[in-house]
Write a protein that binds this ligand. Structure first.
Ligand SMILES: [Zn+2]
Length: 193
């Protein structure tokens, strides 16, 4: 799991967008929350108190304590994901999100601990599933549903068993013009007899 956390990017469109979500999944799963409970979590089920993340799983509250290393810090992973999710849900164009993730600095040992920030983390998006699906171009559904327990398990295993393609991605900037369609094959008139 540590290797996966060190590998997953938090910056750069589009992989940083997937990477933030998958990192959030890994830290919650790593805290022992079963996939079927993770699938039921909403953004509002995560609270941050003095750097400690509390995850309300209906059965019990699970706490994630900060790690000294910002790359491995579970509460930081949740804040980074929730900030991006908030932007995705509240800005009209996906390119706003893409620009923000593109401009984000790589997370390393010297990065600030966002878990110490006092900014609210899920204001206005509390009812949204914590981990929704992202399509290959980086879009969320208009009314996001949660990833299924099966998909969560697939993603967590895919990310922890080694670098590999767990996502189908289209890295073009959102709202970039689509490539023109291939020219239609000219219809050759039948030879005249
Ligand atoms: Zn932290």
């Amino acid at each position: 799991m540590e290797a996966a956390l060190r590998r997953l990017p938090s910056h750069g469109w589009i992989n940083g967008w997937f990477g933030r979500r998958d990192r959030a999944l890994l830290v919650v799963a790593g805290a022992g929350v079963p996939y079927r409970r993770i699938a039921a979590l909403t953004a509002g089920d995560v609270a941050l108190i003095d750097g400690v993340a509390a995850i309300n799983t209906t059965i019990r509250s699970v706490t994630l304590h900060p790690d000294e290393d910002p790359v491995l810090c579970g509460p930081c992973a949740l804040v980074r994901w929730l900030r991006a999710l908030h932007l995705a849900l509240t800005s009209p164009a996906t390119r706003t999100l893409a620009g923000a993730i593109d401009r984000a600095a790589a997370v390393d040992g010297a990065s600030p601990h966002l878990c110490r920030s006092r900014r609210p983390i899920a204001q206005g998006i509390g009812a949204v599933p914590l981990l929704p699906p992202i399509d290959p171009r980086g879009h969320l559904a208009i009314d996001p549903r949660p990833l299924s327990p099966h998909s969560l398990s697939f993603l967590a295993r895919g990310n922890t068993t080694g670098p590999g393609a767990v996502h189908r991605v289209d890295p073009r900037t959102p709202n970039e013009p689509q490539p023109p369609p291939p020219p239609a094959t000219p219809v050759v008139p039948p030879p005249t007899p």
